[in-house]
Unconditional design. Structure first.
Length: 139
């Protein structure tokens, strides 16, 4: 169980990370913050590329930062996205990011789509990626 203050902190960190977003092509700024089971937080932002294909979403930036620093067990992620000059949306993770979450996260992994530190929608990975394919399929 993640308490309300911890959720707000995670959402605020995702919102703050939008300032690091590199999104000159879409002008859609996304920040993320992922919480490990140990209580560490790793943050990310989207980083676009002129060749488009190499662009990476905020969620995967946070996940690859965490995994590359030795953290693979996660309990929750907050995502904050919206156009540079617009309001924040309830920005849901793309299909690729959902599949990357599936690699490391339990079905109960929480996904918060943040418009502010206190205004967010909450889902589980199982809700956003039903009938999924994962590491167990290859055992
Ligand atoms: N994007 C994310 O970083 N996360 C999402 O959840 C949705 C989309 C990025 C990718 C691209 O840089 C921009 O937002 C527009 O699609």
């Amino acid at each position: 169980m993640i308490d309300a203050n911890a959720i707000s902190d995670l959402c605020q960190k995702a919102i703050d990370m939008r300032s690091e977003s590199y999104a000159p092509y879409s002008d859609f700024l996304v920040g993320s913050a992922i919480l490990t089971e140990e209580g560490k937080i790793f943050t990310g932002c989207n980083i676009e590329n002129s060749a488009f294909g190499p662009s990476i979403c905020a969620e995967r930036t946070a996940i690859v930062k965490a995994v590359s620093e030795g953290s693979k067990d996660f309990s929750a992620i907050a995502i904050a996205g919206g156009k540079r000059d617009g309001d924040l949306q309830y920005c849901a993770p793309c299909g690729v990011c959902r599949q990357v979450m599936r690699e490391f996260c339990k079905p109960s992994f929480k996904i918060y789509l943040a418009k502010s530190a206190t205004d967010y929608k909450e889902y589980t990975l199982a809700e956003l990626l039903p009938e999924s394919f994962g590491p167990e399929n290859l055992e």
